[in-house]
Design a protein around this ligand. Structure first.
Ligand SMILES: NC(=O)c1ccc[n+]([C@@H]2O[C@H](COP(=O)([O-])OP(=O)(O)OC[C@H]3O[C@@H](n4cnc5c(N)ncnc54)[C@H](O)[C@@H]3O)[C@@H](O)[C@H]2O)c1
Length: 351
């Protein structure tokens, strides 16, 4: 297989590439990434020299460039991780880029897959497209749960998912869509909660918990997500949707207290802050469909604390990566703030 991995320089994409190349010694990977603030080629430093791996910088919205790379590398299959992924940004910073990449970008890949007659396309999506569940209900998201996104990020992802459905029905494009729960593990950009908290505690700062901290997410180790995607790339049925999750529901306070415990800190380091608008209360995944294909998590619920401790240890042991990413985050936050102020000025001038 000659696999095009879109968005392979991000958190999950880079973990997937490492997993895939280790498992399939006869396959090649081309990592196609725009290198937004979230893309980081340092995530793949250890495999840079592997002759089966190459990198091409490009935007998934650029169909011409996608076609060029597909032809040049005799690509047979595609998996797409490329997305704008930070929910808070989609709420506070405007969401045009979310719609462009998460919806239009997916449609461009579908066109490329269709015109080049590729064998399989796996579109990596999220459980957030299903909206929210209540804390007291027993229900979990199944593949038949109605799509009902509550945030701009999730709505833009749902747009991409629906394009996949339409291209399968209309054009028979061999696409599989996945809905995975929250991931944790190495190489995650520190705007996301687990590395964000680890880095704050390392600096001796308190960690901010939204609202009452009781919002529930279903946490999965990124290595288990990578294995599930690899299975679907090979055995997933075209036109089907698969949920991916580890039956590991935890509320934010529980996660925070576990991180504090692992890092030897007390609960006085928790600071409760105003909840974010539209904060979904609970996500929970029914993953029976992918389990029936033979997948099971290597970090199930009873190994979560162990997986989290390994993750903390990874961040502690990779000081260079951490220092570089923190500098990158600082620059990025300054830029983000400047953009926010500029658009506020424009709105004021227009009113
Ligand atoms: N992180 C999670 O917990 C989680 C859970 C479920 C699903 N997902 C989905 O998995 C995928 C990967 O998530 P992640 O956390 O690794 O994201 P990430 O933000 O770490 O990485 C996204 C990558 O996409 C690249 N990218 C962004 N826009 C692009 C464009 N227009 N063209 C090409 N490349 C572009 C970025 O440079 C970056 O390398 C996303 O589609 C996300 O919706 C994530």
């Amino acid at each position: 297989m000659n696999l095009l991995v879109c968005g392979g320089a991000g958190f999950i994409g880079s973990n997937f590439i490492r997993y895939f190349l280790q498992k399939h010694t006869d396959c090649r990977v081309v990592n196609y990434d725009k290198l937004t603030y979230a893309g980081n080629l340092e995530n793949l430093k250890d495999i840079e020299g592997d002759t089966r791996y190459s990198f091409a910088q490009g935007d998934i919205c650029d169909l011409e460039k996608l076609n060029e790379v597909i032809l040049a590398h005799k690509i047979t299959d595609v998996i797409n991780f490329a997305a704008e992924t930070h929910v808070d940004r989609s709420i506070h910073g405007g969401c045009k880029d979310f719609v462009l990449t998460n919806t239009l970008g997916v449609q461009m890949i579908l066109d490329a897959v269709r015109f080049n007659k590729l064998e399989k396309f796996v579109q990596v999506s999220t459980d957030e497209v299903y909206g929210a569940l209540g804390l007291d209900e027993k229900r979990e998201f199944t593949e038949d749960t109605q799509i009902a996104p509550n945030m701009p990020y999730a709505a833009a992802k749902a747009g991409g998912d629906l394009m996949c459905r339409a291209y399968f029905v209309t054009h028979k494009v061999p696409v599989v869509v996945t809905h995975c729960s929250n991931n944790y593990g190495p190489y995650q950009f520190p705007e996301k909660v687990i590395p964000f908290f680890i880095f704050k505690l390392l600096r001796g700062e308190k960690v901010p918990v939204y609202g009452d901290g009781l919002n529930v997410r279903d946490w999965i180790h990124v290595a288990d997500h990578a294995a599930a995607l690899d299975l679907l790339l090979h055995n997933g049925a075209a036109g089907e949707v698969y949920n991916i999750g580890s039956d590991n529901e935890r509320n934010n306070l529980e996660i925070t207290k576990l991180i504090l415990k692992i890092m030897g800190k007390g609960e006085e380091m928790i600071e409760y802050v105003t909840d974010r608008p539209g904060h979904d209360r609970r996500y929970a995944i029914d993953a029976l469909k992918i389990r029936s294909l033979g997948w099971a998590p290597t970090y199930p619920r009873d190994k979560f604390e162990h997986g989290l401790a390994e993750t903390v240890e990874w961040y502690l042991n990779n000081k260079d990566w951490v220092e570089h990413i923190q500098q990158k985050k600082k620059n990025e936050m300054n830029k983000f703030q400047e953009n926010l102020e500029r658009s506020a000025d424009k709105m004021q001038a227009a009113s």
